[in-house]
Design a protein around this ligand. Structure first.
Ligand code: GLP
Length: 255
């Protein structure tokens, strides 16, 4: 595990964008696993800026997103498809045909889930997976459970996730109760993983995930077993990690 601690959210976004940019430069036809939530917004702004400056070409890039709410269509402003189009895809030269997000309007979630996994396989798997972390340790929408769910699946969201995500909806009752999410299998099969976290609200759960027991009660804890995990967090999310932690590669961004 490599940890990069930045001074603030702006530096976090830039450091994480560096990781994604270097992946695209090294392999222009990379398969990027992408995430939603507020944490990646600054990274997507950075990537769009670098595209504008001619530093990045997304013409060959393919993407697979982690998850989607059930019952929200692509034109619903709370859907993750809408989020990705607005924050990233409409601002860069990625071919939308190469961007994949589970279909939240499916009448057959099990079939959609199976075909999503087949699609990821047919792309050759994920080169770099970007992840945020939920307040309860979820990744994608893999909620705390008594086992790690391997494949893409429909999930009932926990009360705490519904409550946390309600800030982006008009009211609590507008938040969908179900979602479809990539499983832990495809995430862990990604060749590289980039986990980001910002702000004091994430400090406790991030510490538990990175240094606590590996348990499906904290889904992100399984990332400790990944051979190429980069964590980028700001000071508020990583208050007590330091250079004395000899078992990890630690970089402090100071200037
Ligand atoms: C949602 C998404 C996750 C994301 C999480 C945290 O639940 N499904 O992929 O990591 O929110 O979001 P935020 O970055 O807004 O804290």
């Amino acid at each position: 595990m490599r940890i990069i601690r930045t001074r603030d959210y702006k530096e976090l976004s830039s450091a994480a964008a560096d990781v994604i940019a270097s992946q695209i430069i090294a392999k222009p036809d990379s398969v990027l696993g992408l995430a939603t939530g507020t944490s990646p917004i600054g990274i997507y702004d950075e990537l769009a800026e670098r595209y504008d400056k001619g530093e990045l070409d997304f013409g060959w890039v393919k993407s697979v997103n982690l998850d989607e709410y059930m019952g929200l269509s692509a034109d619903n402003e709370n859907s993750y498809r809408h989020f990705m189009n607005t924050h990233l895809f409409d601002r860069i030269n990625i071919d939308k045909v190469n961007t994949h997000i589970p279909d939240g309007m499916t009448k057959d979630p099990a079939k959609e889930a199976a075909s999503y996994d087949r699609m990821i396989q047919s792309l050759g798997g994920i080169d770099l997976q970007l992840l945020g972390i939920g307040r309860n340790g979820h990744i994608g929408f893999n909620e705390p459970s008594d086992h790690f769910e391997k494949c893409t699946h429909e999930v009932r969201l926990t009360e705490s996730t519904i409550e946390a995500n309600s800030r982006l909806f008009k009211s609590l009752s507008d938040v969908p109760t179900h979602a479809i999410t990539m499983g832990i299998g495809a995430i862990m099969m990604a060749r590289r993983i980039l986990l980001i976290a910002s702000g004091p609200d994430k400090a406790g759960i991030l510490k538990e995930a990175l240094f606590g027991n590996i348990t499906p009660k904290v889904p992100a804890s399984i990332l400790q077993l990944h051979p190429d995990l980069i964590v980028v967090g700001d000071k508020e999310a990583l208050p007590d990690v330091g250079s004395d932690d000899t078992y990890l590669r630690f970089t402090e961004k100071t200037a």
